[in-house]
Design a protein around this ligand. Structure first.
Ligand code: PLP
Length: 361
């Protein structure tokens, strides 16, 4: 599907890749009227994403535009239950909304089903992220969806599926109502575009999210949508290689004397290993590890890499490394925590680079 969906017409002579639609308006009388409402390049990308997640996709200007659109559907004063280690941007947005009295949130350890269900009492939305960023915690999407809705029938369950991608995890099949993506990451895959998406199979949600996009104008540019569409064609092979690299690096990092702990759900000793095996089709290509010596040692390690790139973000073909605690809002993380977005380079080259960087910290 990553290769075949969203190709457009199969008539003789039709282009194999649909043209990039760069019009802000359309001649009257057709399906499209104005460029903020719809675009054929978005539609092609939405077809691929929808097919992969098993729902209807809506693309947005960024992952955060998608997150904001979902939250914006809630009435004033509603409560959102959110993993305490969810993506910083989502936590910062919810904190801002709380300061202005728009929405309120409760932070909870979503790996603890009982505590999460208790926190959902009277809430309007449960926001899940598994694996979480950057602690790589695994939460039980099926159980949390079923049991939270059984207790609180009006509750909406959302899953940020950025880390896993639909190739490794399909939250809608597990009972989640809406999937959110930072398409910027694995889906686009080349660190050259910012884009987001929602996917749902509930028609009321589809309508609500389309309305948010049209009214707020958080729309992607057609060139960005095309870049993501081009990138997603190789998602399967990129993910296969990056995941194999991550599994090998995780195994070697565990045995390294400078490393205190490695968080990768593919490792048998990871607390979420069995659950990840059940709900995912692979542990993915993100991992985090703590070096002895705290933040200073971690900074020295990130500064010493030669092949990997010291930078934030993830999901590109190139390996990115960063100490997450350097960001505001991430102070609670272990000081020596380094997040690695493992790319598709040769694994021996990557290990040689990491080993020399660890030697410098
Ligand atoms: N969700 C997760 C898990 C992320 O890592 C990010 C960005 O890092 C976002 C959402 C936000 O996406 P974007 O940067 O495309 O707005």
């Amino acid at each position: 599907m990553v290769v075949s969906a969203g190709r457009g017409s199969d008539a003789a002579g039709a282009p194999v890749n649909g043209p990039i639609a760069v019009s802000s308006t359309y001649r009257s009388g057709g399906a499209l009227s104005y460029g903020r409402e719809g675009n054929d390049t978005w539609a092609a990308l939405e077809e691929v994403l929808g097919a992969l997640e098993g729902g209807e996709a809506t693309v947005f200007a960024s992952g955060m535009a998608a997150v904001a659109a979902v939250l914006e559907t809630l009435p004033a004063g509603a409560v959102v239950v959110l993993g305490a280690d969810a993506y910083t941007g989502t936590r910062i947005l919810l904190a801002d909304l709380a300061r202005r009295g728009r929405l309120f949130h409760r932070l909870v350890d979503t790996t603890d089903v009982g505590a999460t269900l208790d926190a959902c009492e009277g809430a309007a939305m449960l926001w899940l992220e598994s694996p979480s960023n950057p602690l790589m915690a695994i939460s039980d999407l099926a159980r949390l969806s079923a049991e939270s809705k059984a207790r609180n029938p009006g509750l909406a369950v959302i899953a940020d599926n950025t880390f896993a991608t639909p190739l490794l995890q399909r939250p809608l099949d597990l009972g989640v109502d809406v999937v959110v993506h930072s398409v910027t990451k694995y889906l686009a895959g080349h660190s050259d575009v910012i884009l987001g998406a929602t996917v749902t199979n509930d028609p009321a949600w589809v309508r609500a999210l389309l309305d948010r996009r049209s009214m707020h104008g958080g729309i992607p540019g057609p060139i960005e949508a095309y870049l993501a569409l081009r990138g997603i064609r190789t998602l399967a092979v990129r993910m296969e290689r990056a995941q194999a690299n991550a599994a090998e690096l995780a195994r070697r990092l565990v045995a390294h004397e400078r490393v205190e702990v490695v968080r990768y759900p593919g490792l048998a000793q990871h607390p979420g290993h069995h659950l990840a095996n059940e709900q995912m089709r692979g542990a993915g290509a993100m991992l985090s590890f703590d070096v002895h010596g705290g933040a200073e040692a971690a900074d020295r390690c990130c500064a010493a890499v030669r092949l990997a790139t010291p930078a934030t973000s993830l999901g590109g073909v190139e390996t990115l490394i960063e100490r997450r605690g350097r960001w505001a809002g991430e102070e609670a993380l272990p000081g020596g925590l380094i997040r690695l977005s493992v790319g598709i380079e040769d694994v021996e080259d990557l290990w040689a680079d990491l080993a020399q960087a660890l030697g410098a910290c």
